[in-house]
Design a protein around this ligand. Structure first.
Ligand SMILES: Cc1cc2nc3c(=O)[nH]c(=O)nc-3n(C[C@H](O)[C@H](O)[C@H](O)COP(=O)(O)OP(=O)(O)OC[C@H]3O[C@@H](n4cnc5c(N)ncnc54)[C@H](O)[C@@H]3O)c2cc1C
Length: 394
């Protein structure tokens, strides 16, 4: 059977968008549909949101030609400090320090502005001849063993495979009857950016607090703000609701209480965002001529900044499996995709869930045990090395 496109992708978020660019770079024809318009996703101003991209996941962005197209330079994460404490008190002296140089690498990964990735994806999508983009548009998808039919308004397209990259609430996943399991954390995340007086020296901080982890992630400065960092912290819903209602002058001291003094004077740049947190996983990653990818397949706690990274690794697996495939939607190929990605993603879900449960507590025994654990890992070079490679997505 001949199809109008090799692959249809529903959802042009960072995962679906990057996958489309990578497949097109490989010579595949791709139909990409998003219900939202793409240009408004390009916030012209710095908006305070950023992603931590692990070193192992940069590969997909390279394959897709996106890394070189990023309009704002990514900031390398050269060191990671892990500390434990209480809001407003100095961190426990039992700490963990990771240095990318210890495993012969220049960086664990990079912090890239969300708008930078969005702008690069939008530009590449428009400049790549193998991609047919329809956005904003509603897609009706029907599938059987022989192929996929996608109706967009008056247009009808066909493909050998449809990829659901339509995020956590994936309609395609629901239509396929694939069950999801959700874990609720009772936590929300606050995301913002800060300008600070002293340079961050490429150091990321993960400070575990009873309400949830607080992360400071180094960003590339701008002429107006030479020293910049992204802040992502989680806390109980009620606390985050209270923080969200505060004006900047009352919110900033809350950031300082969690961050400490090491960056000197700090002030907010851009706006603040809040997200309720949950984890979820799909029972299967495929159905007849359908593959789930990114947040449509899994969602993890942002404690380790791995959500998008897992989606990019899903995309790498699909691109590699589809490379030599004459028919992109065979059951064998889809089973191989699930085998390549589901166990690894489940492991990350379990690990981030366990980390959150272990650290987001005030139980004195658990606090003692985890501080001793941090100190013990600090003295175990082989285990430390394994942790570092995992953080790099290797
Ligand atoms: C607070 C917070 C901080 C985070 N920090 C990090 C981090 O530092 N590093 C990291 O790796 N990850 C991070 N993540 C996770 C990351 O944001 C997500 O994993 C990532 O956005 C998933 O991308 P996606 O393309 O799979 O889905 P989405 O970004 O949800 O995109 C889905 C797309 O599908 C479209 N769509 C939806 N339904 C339809 C439909 N029916 N038809 C057509 N189109 C549709 C939507 O318009 C959207 O464009 C964080 C998450 C949170 C909440």
């Amino acid at each position: 059977m001949t199809f109008s496109h090799d692959i249809a992708i529903i959802g042009a978020g960072p995962v679906g968008g990057a996958l489309a660019c990578a497949l097109a770079a490989q010579g595949k024809t791709v139909l990409l549909v998003d219900r939202a318009a793409l240009p408004p996703m390009e916030h012209p101003d710095f908006d305070g949101r950023a992603y931590a991209i692990a070193a192992g996941c940069k590969r997909l962005l390279d394959m897709a030609g996106l890394w070189e197209a990023l309009p704002f330079a990514p900031c390398p994460i050269e060191k990671i400090d892990v500390t434990d404490g209480k809001v407003g008190r100095p961190a426990s002296p039992l700490q963990l320090h990771f240095n990318a140089g210890d495993v012969g690498e220049g960086a664990f990964g990079w912090i890239i502005e969300a708008r930078s990735l969005r702008i690069a994806i939008n530009q590449r999508l428009r400049a790549t001849p193998g991609v047919t983009l329809r956005a904003p548009a509603a897609a009706q998808v029907s599938r059987d063993a022989h192929g996929v039919r996608v109706t967009v308004g008056e247009e009808v397209f066909t493909a050998g495979l449809v990829v659901a990259a339509d995020g956590r609430g994936s309609q395609l996943r629901g239509q396929a009857g694939i069950a999801v399991t959700r874990l609720n954390y009772g936590q929300s995340a606050v995301v913002c950016a800060i300008a600070h007086e002293k340079p961050h020296e490429g150091v990321a901080l993960e400070h575990f607090l009873p309400g949830g982890p607080f992360a400071q992630l180094p960003m590339t400065g701008t002429p107006a703000h030479p020293h910049l960092s992204a802040i992502v912290f989680t806390d109980r819903h009620e606390t985050v609701k209270r923080l969200a209602a505060m004006d900047d002058s009352r919110f900033l001291p809350e950031v300082r209480k969690r961050l400490g003094e090491h960056l000197g004077e700090v002030r907010l740049v851009g706006r603040r965002w809040t997200y309720p947190l949950s984890a979820m996983y799909a029972a299967r990653y495929y159905d007849t001529r359908l593959a789930l990818i990114g947040d449509a397949a899994h969602g993890v706690h942002p404690i380790a900044g791995q959500g998008l990274n897992l989606g990019l690794l899903d995309a790498v697996a699909l691109v590699e499996l589809l490379a030599g495939a004459a028919d992109c939607g065979t059951p064998e190929l889809l089973a191989a995709y699930q085998a390549a990605r589901r166990p690894a993603n489940m492991l990350m879900l379990v690990a981030t869930d366990a980390l959150d449960r272990l650290f987001s507590t005030n139980n004195p025994l658990l606090r003692l045990a985890r501080d001793a654990g941090l100190a013990a890992v600090e003295r175990m070079p082989r285990l430390k090395r394994r942790f570092m490679l995992t953080a790099m997505g290797r």
